[in-house]
Design a protein around this ligand. Structure first.
Ligand SMILES: [Zn+2]
Length: 81
């Protein structure tokens, strides 16, 4: 499972850097991943969600998936997404 080094902050559109180091065994569903936004300095605590599984119990699951999907075209600045 691929967890990005940076995500796009949903508040300000800046890059949020991952704080959490990858576990030796790799990421697993349910792992917590913390990000710190370089723009507004917000901390984002997200939970690794199944890529193709049914809706997870965590309210963050849909959010992190949306964040990852929003990175699919990183060439676009946030205000053009
Ligand atoms: Zn931000």
């Amino acid at each position: 499972m691929e967890i990005p080094e940076t995500i796009v902050c949903v508040d300000c559109g800046s890059a949020a850097r991952r704080l959490t180091l990858p576990p030796e065994e790799g990421w697993e569903v349910g792992d917590f991943v913390a990000y710190r936004c370089t723009g507004c300095n917000d901390r984002w605590d997200l939970v690794v969600a199944e890529e193709d599984g049914p809706a997870a119990e965590s309210p963050y699951a849909a959010e992190i998936r949306a964040l990852f999907e929003s990175r699919r075209d990183p060439a676009l600045p946030p205000d053009q997404r």
